[in-house]
Each structure stands twice: as C-alpha cells, then as structure tokens.
Design a protein around this ligand. Structure first.
Ligand code: AMP
Ligand code: ZN
Length: 472
C-alpha cells in the first residue's frame, strides 16, 4: 500500500501520486511565518507537521523540494515597523533569525528554499500584469489593483474550491483591502496596495505607481516561481484555507499558466490548530507560549516536538504543561531502550530489517494519512517487547544492532534527537588514558585508543576546553 493523504480539495483521503511522470520528484510548499513577532507554539505545530510530511516523503524515496516562504511584508508587519521606527529589514530580521533557531531546536529539517516576499517583487508584478491582461485584475482610482472574482468566474473558473462558499451573497465589485478577512466577506481582494502615509518607507515602484503587494499574491508568485505553475503539495494551518489559499488558487489559475487540465496544486493539506488548556492562545488569557518561553521553563525542544507529533495533524491539539511533562517521560522510555541497545550492539552497524514489526507497523500507520497515533503505538509496542526480551533472555550484539537500525530508520521521520548521553566509566577511563598518552607524546597509543573508542561507538573531539567524548 502506498501513501494516501487527505486532500482539502476533494475533502477525502486520496492516494498520493506525484505530478512527475517518473513518480520521483515532489514539489512541496508550506506557507511560512509572518515575521512580525516571535512565532508561537501554534505556528510551530504547523511547521512541525510540514517537517513530518517532508521527512515521510523523503523516507518513501521521493525527491522532495521543500519551499517555505518568509512573509516579510504585509499589513501587520507594516504596522509594527511604524511603531518601532526601524527599517523593514532591521525589524523583520530579528524575528526571522529567532524563527530559524526555534525551528532547529524543534528538530525540523531546513526547507530547501526559504524565499522572502520582498525579494520576489519582480515576479509578483509580472503575475499581477498577467491577471490584468486577462481582465481579472482592475485598477482603482487610488492606484491599487484588485482581483475581480466576478470576471474570474465568468472565465469559467471556480472560486470556492477549498471551501463551499455562498457566492449568491456576493456583491460583485465589493472590495477588501485587508490581507486577512472573514469567511463572510467574499469580496475582491487587493493584489497591489498603493502607497499610503502609514506605509512609511515600505514601498516599491510598479506600473501602477508606488505601493506594495497584497499577502496572497506573494505566495502565488513565490511558489510558482520556484516549483512551477503546477506542483504537488501545498500545506498550511487550517485558518489559511480561506481566504489565503482560496485566493492563491484564484490568482494562480486565473493567470492561466498551467498546462491543460492541470491545477495549480494537486494536494492541499491543512493542519488543525493547537489550543492551550482548551482555549485559543491569547496574551490576555496568559496562555500564550513561544518556544523560548517553554525552553526557559526547562523543557527541551525534542519534548515539545514529541508532543506536537503525538496527535494526528487533522485533530485539534490541546497543549498543556502537564502533557509536556508526560512527553519527557515517554521520551525517557525510548532513550532508555535505545541506549541499552546501543550498549549491547557495541559499535556494530547493521542494516535495518524492513520486514520487522516496528518498521512495517510504522509504515502502515504513516501511509494512512500520516496516522502518527498508530505509528507511536508501534513504537511503544516495540519498546515494551524489547525491554521484555532484554529482561528475559537478553539480546546479542547482532540483534541489538538491527533493532537499533530499525529505530534509526523510523526516527529519520520522527526526528526525535537522541538525548545527550553521559559516557560510561569504562569509556571515560579510556579517554583519560588517551589524554595521558598524548601528554607523554605516545601518539601510537593515543591513536590506538581512539580506534578502540570508535569500535565501541564513541568519538573524541579535541576542543579548546579539552577533549570531549561523544557518541559516534
Ligand atoms: P502566520 O505567521 O500567522 O502567518 O502563521 C504561520 C502558520 O501558523 C500558518 O500556517 C498558520 O495557519 C499557522 N497557525 C497559526 N495559529 C496556529 C495555531 N494556533 N495552531 C496551529 N497552527 C497555527
Ligand atoms: Zn501563503
């Protein structure tokens, strides 16, 4: 059985078949952060979900190109830039840097491309021009440009592909200039916003005069520029379904760049939201957390990651500090089991057994629309059985090495970093002996000890503070 995913477009679980005729390459775009502040743990639930999708596609042998944009110009950012008296770049780079540090602390792989909206103004203008040529975009007296839903629909396109919208209630020509608006307002949206005093120095020249792009057009331009006019997967949180993603479809399909019969995006996947103590996160309720807030409380990035991927991505997730404590315990059980296996394998490296219960159970679960709950059940069954076996008849070094390879194999998807391990006393003694040999200039002995350590799965790093022993 191959991978199936829930596609918001069809509202059903579908087999995942890439557009690439060779069935190899996969283009994946996930709407990235709006860098107006530190990202909160809700945002990170979505980015960790994207990381799992990307890792699982890698695991299945696809050649994934993962794009995550940085929204570094939109309404909220402009407001904050004005309050801060900083330049746009100065203001956003602080939060962008923090974002990538947090992403790394959460064990996420770096997306292959991380385009900035402000670096794609040229392609954005070209796309708007194309819509204008096709009669779908129109100028207003103030020099702004809007998308005409009425003309788009007249051209035989469907507005409301991701969400059933009541288009009868639409009043043609009605406009919204704000980047984010309610479901009720089905109205033409801004593609280019003409410069106003409040924009300060944030503006670009365009055929329509000075101004800046709307938020939705940024993602259409960046994704198509990097992945082509039709690509496989588009991800984001559920709040982006409307208007952001619906508008992305309208702009991208309205420009008519796709080959006959192809869509802008084949599969749309949306992650449900994270609540804290059952409520929407808000600073006024005191239930608002950034990752750094949690790290300051003594939790580790891997614990937060584990918790975020303990529930299915389409389930609303209720985050509590108590269940974060539970994550520590659960990871402790995995760490204990894998470190025993590591000790027993004594540095022996084996290939994974893809027919093992752990690997087959994991794949079966993940193929089913990334059913992580069932995948974790396979992991904890394995931990229980391995511990039972260790206590009963023990495990020889060959079996230990295979079991470890099985775990490492699926951990490429789960991305749970290995906890820093304190080396056992025997290893520390060897390291000290090597240090003494080096002092006595007995380099032959020192090299011999390095090899001995390596055979036992440890390595020595000579740092300015002295030698450091760590897992190979
Ligand atoms: P933003 O930086 O506001 O553009 O949001 C970045 C991503 O976080 C988007 O994909 C949002 O859908 C997602 N997001 C925002 N709030 C939450 C939440 N509470 N839970 C999960 N994802 C969220
Ligand atoms: Zn987007």
């Amino acid at each position: 059985m191959g991978l199936s995913v829930f596609n918001t477009l069809s509202r059903s679980v579908e087999p995942f078949v890439p557009l690439d005729p060779e069935g190899e390459k996969v283009g994946l775009y996930c709407c990235g952060p709006t860098v107006h502040d530190f990202a909160h743990i809700g945002n990170f639930r979505t980015f960790v979900f994207a990381d799992i999708v990307r890792r699982y596609l890698d695991f299945k042998g696809f050649k994934v190109r993962h794009v995550m944009n940085i929204t570094d110009v939109e309404d909220k950012i402009i407001r904050r830039v004005n309050e801060s008296n900083k330049s746009l770049k100065e203001y956003t780079s602080k939060y962008e840097e923090a974002f990538f540090n947090d992403l790394e602390a959460l064990g996420c792989l770096m997306p292959d491309d991380r385009p900035h909206a402000t670096k794609f103004i040229g392609p954005i203008i070209e796309l708007i021009k194309k819509l204008e040529e096709r009669g779908i975009a129109y100028r207003t007296n103030d020099g702004s440009v809007y998308f005409s839903i009425e003309n788009y629909r007249k051209g035989g396109n469907c507005y409301g592909q991701l969400l059933n919208l009541n288009l009868d209630e639409m009043r043609p020509g009605e406009r919204v200039s704000s980047d984010e608006y309610e479901k009720e307002s089905i109205a033409d949206f801004a593609l280019w916003k003409s410069r106003v005093t409040e924009d300060g120095e944030v503006f670009w020249n365009s055929p329509w005069g000075e101004g800046r792009p709307g938020w939705h057009i940024e993602c259409s331009a960046m994704s198509m520029e990097l992945l082509g006019p039709s690509f496989d997967l588009h991800l984001g949180g559920e709040d982006l379904v409307f208007p952001h993603h619906e508008d992305e479809i309208a702009q991208s399909e309205g420009a008519c760049l796709q080959c006959d019969g192809q869509k802008f995006v084949k599969y749309w996947m949306h992650g449900s939201h994270l609540l804290v103590e059952g409520k929407k996160m808000s600073k006024s309720l005191g239930n608002f957390f950034t990752l750094r807030d949690l790290l300051a409380k003594g939790f580790a990035g891997r614990e937060v990651r584990y918790l975020m991927i303990s529930a299915h991505y389409r389930e609303t997730f209720n985050f509590t500090l108590d269940n974060l404590g539970g994550a520590k315990t659960a990871l402790g059980r995995i760490d204990e089991c894998t470190s025993k296996l590591r000790e027993l394998s004594a540095g022996k490296i084996a290939s994974p057994d893809n027919d093992s219960k752990l690997v087959t159970g994991f794949i079966k679960a993940m193929d089913d629309d990334l059913n992580v709950s069932a995948a974790w059940a396979a992991v904890f069954d394995w931990v229980r059985n391995t511990n039972r076996q260790l206590a009963a008849e023990g495990i020889d070094n060959n079996t230990a090495a295979i079991e470890l390879a099985n775990w490492d194999q699926i951990n490429k998807v789960l991305g749970i970093q290995i906890a820093e391990q304190k080396p056992p006393s025997e290893i520390l003694a060897l390291a000290e002996e090597r240090q003494a040999a080096r002092k006595n200039k007995d380099f032959a002995r020192s090299d011999q000890i390095r090899d001995e350590l390596s055979a036992k799965g440890w390595t020595i790093e000579d740092t300015p503070k002295g030698p450091r022993v760590k897992r190979a």
